[in-house]
Design a protein around this ligand. Structure first.
Ligand SMILES: [Zn+2]
Ligand SMILES: [Zn+2]
Length: 123
């Protein structure tokens, strides 16, 4: 019965309009957090995207002043202006999750662990 390939849940049923809730697909307590990037130089809000699990501005340079330096800021309460700039990150609150998973680190190859034996044969 339960032979689905277990992929990491993206919690699609946690809608962005609520702050947090339990995901019906994986049982985790998910917190919706909004982040946007701002220019370090002129402090303008930059349209933000997530790339390789990192929040970055969509464009490399600030459209307002041309600087490439930015910082990431959490948006405490999202509004209809910021939503155009911000990205949504669904963060798992492990403390409140009923269904805690354990992370098992898999070894990359199935080589048996070699014992670091000392060579006692001096002859
Ligand atoms: Zn989920
Ligand atoms: Zn700027």
């Amino acid at each position: 019965m339960f032979c689905f390939h277990k992929k990491e849940c993206t919690h699609p049923k946690i809608s962005p309009d609520k702050d947090a809730g339990y995901c019906p697909d994986c049982g985790k307590y998910i917190e919706n957090r909004w982040y946007l990037t701002r220019c370090n130089c002129c402090n303008v809000k930059r349209k933000s995207i997530i790339k390789f699990d990192t929040i970055i501005p969509e464009s490399q340079y600030c459209p307002n002043c041309g600087s490439e330096h930015y910082h990431v800021e959490e948006v405490k309460s999202i509004n209809f202006i910021d939503i155009n700039f911000a990205v949504l990150v669904k963060q798992v609150n492990e403390q409140r999750s009923m269904n805690r998973t354990q992370t098992w680190l898999e070894r990359e190859n199935n080589e048996p662990i070699k014992l670091l034996g000392f060579n006692l044969n001096f002859s």
